[in-house]
Write a protein that binds this ligand. Sequence first.
Ligand SMILES: [Fe+2]
Length: 265
Amino acid sequence: MDYVDLHCHLLWGIDDGAKSEADSIEMARVLHALGYRHVACSPHARPEFASDDEALCEARRAEVQAALQREGIDLTLHKNAENVLDAELLERVVDRRRPVGQGPFLLAEAPHLAPLPQLPDLLFRLKVKGVTPLVAHPERCREFEKPGRAAEAVRGGAYLQLDIGALIGRYGPSAKKLARAFLADGLYAVAATDLHSPRDAAKWVGDSIAELKALAGEAEALRLLRDGPAAILRGAVPPEATGPAPASQAGGMGRVVAWLKRPFS
Ligand SMILES: [Fe+2]
């Protein structure tokens, strides 16, 4: 399967994710058992967390990678961070850029509860600075509740990252509904776990992957879990939605329409 997770708080003791080395090892074990082979660990790049210090994150990544090797867990950890999508990000990317791998993609989350009316302008300015925004879990953010906002962001050159837990209702009914709609419309470039803890991880991540496959089909699930994130990790453009979902599946028609409307450039 060789899944690639581009959003995971697997590095212990630096943010609100794994609390101990044992947590990190258990989370890695769960992800490996579900088919993951690469994880771009994404500690929060926020001043309220120790993980705002990039050097500390890199040291912890090396330490955890060595622990996984010791435990015989075949999971490669890559560089990444979860940035904040706000006006200050435009300044931060000048001298403190923390992209996925070597870039140009940069994982950034919009505010969960506050609106972000300047979103299109922000995305455009990031692109001008050579940053390609990968927007974390838009289905969980207030701004993307506005009709057409997610499609507008994609047209503006951003890529959207599904938090697979949203598909099974882990973040409530609104996030679930939006996630299913964005998925049906083929708006996501990647799917990720945003895993913070080993607690119940095997169950909920496993259920979420199964739900993704049931809703989108095997091929589309592989695009989102493996091919899209693998491309972004190496700095390449991820593949687009492969085509309409089977008509018998919920939301399939939404994607048929979106697919037919795709620009051909
Ligand atoms: Fe996160």
